[in-house]
Design a protein around this ligand. Sequence first.
Ligand SMILES: *Cc1c(COP(=O)(O)O)cnc(C)c1O
Length: 460
Amino acid sequence: MARSEAPRPPSVERLLAAARPRLGAQRDHAALLGAARAVVDDERGRIASGAGPRELATLAEALVQGLESLTASHGSGLTRVINATGVLLHTNLGRAAWPAAAIRAAEVAAGGYSLLELDRASGRRGARFRVAEEHLIALTGGEDALVANNNAAAVALAVGLAGRGGRVIVSRGELVEIGGGVRIPEVIRRSGARLVEVGTTNRTRVADYEEALTDGRAKVVLRVHPSNFVIAGFTETPDPAAVAALAHRHGAILIDDLGSGALLPTEQFGLAHEPLPGERLTAGADLVTFSGDKLLGGPQAGLIVGRADLIARLRRDPLARATRPDKTTLAALGATLGLYRAGLAQGEIPIWRMIAAEPAGLRTRAEAIRSGLPAAAQGKVGVEAVESTVGGGSLPGETLASFGLAIRAGSANRGLSELRRGEPCIVARIADDALILDLRTVEPADDAALGRAIAALVGA
Ligand SMILES: *Cc1c(COP(=O)(O)O)cnc(C)c1O
């Protein structure tokens, strides 16, 4: 019986030899072998599923392209996005863009040695880079400050002050899920402490806290800012100062988790008042925790400010070491906080620049984009008043008047998906069956690209 020769892929060695002239001499052999094996395996799979074998040169080309794509500028896997959603702090889009000063500081820290933990005068090991912490002390009036790698870590660390089995009192109205499935009761349990719930979902009074504190067994009262939801109607939450005074009378400390932790007064931009960390310390909180990449507008970080003796205890906690931020984060955070101290935050920090943008200016930009469209496209695109939201677990229910472009031609869902898959990637939103591109979250430098994508979408 004659056996027909089944086609076979080339050997890894043959493939590598074919590609070698285009690979340069610097590449590590093990990495080349891995990449070549993947190409050969892929070819074997294709042949098995009935496809004809490809030429050796074609496979060599696939190998070279595959290796080059790993180090191309998009090789980090992150695609740059134009955020036209009008949601300023979009957690799925990476929250806050850093100010230029923070980017520069991180680059310097990343690219060389620094005095991260070396005392320049004595030449001995010193406290880990203190600039960010010193800014936090100056900006909030806290006695000391500590930086963890996100606010969830900061809360876990702070709650650990209750000790193993120690009681942590939380209002039932504040047992929230902070995002990504992380829930306050679980954070407390994981730190080894015991949760004591007081009050009800909609109303918690000082007397509820008092009842749980009177036996003197609770070490910590935790308040959690309702940063990503609103309870409206028949509600009551006690004054922070009253809860702090009560906790202290019973030998407990008050930890106030603010979540977004604005360092500029939000009401000056027509938004509801977002509590400032310093304001809660003045009201008697022993520690206040907040994020670095929400309204603060810097890198991902968790910031703890407050009593020096408590922060000294936190610093000694092994969890502080496990959750400590990288040097680039510390440098970027220090630079961001420096802008607040210098009085430059509103102009230099992207999140505040976007919050402060006047609707009239956004309207002018929207009109310019529309009038730059080909005549046939202009009829399908309108300039409309829209509402932006802060997002990212900050100021729920609050909106900022804005302007955007509304496309009412064709399926809005299809348009949304086409913009997202285009180059550059544009993320928009749908409202009232229209595709909306809100200009508040779009950098003006991206207006031209936005206009080209709209023209292509509406087929003009
Ligand atoms: C967002 C938020 C957190 C978590 O902060 P991350 O920096 O995202 O870890 C914790 N508590 C509150 C109240 C929040 O809003």
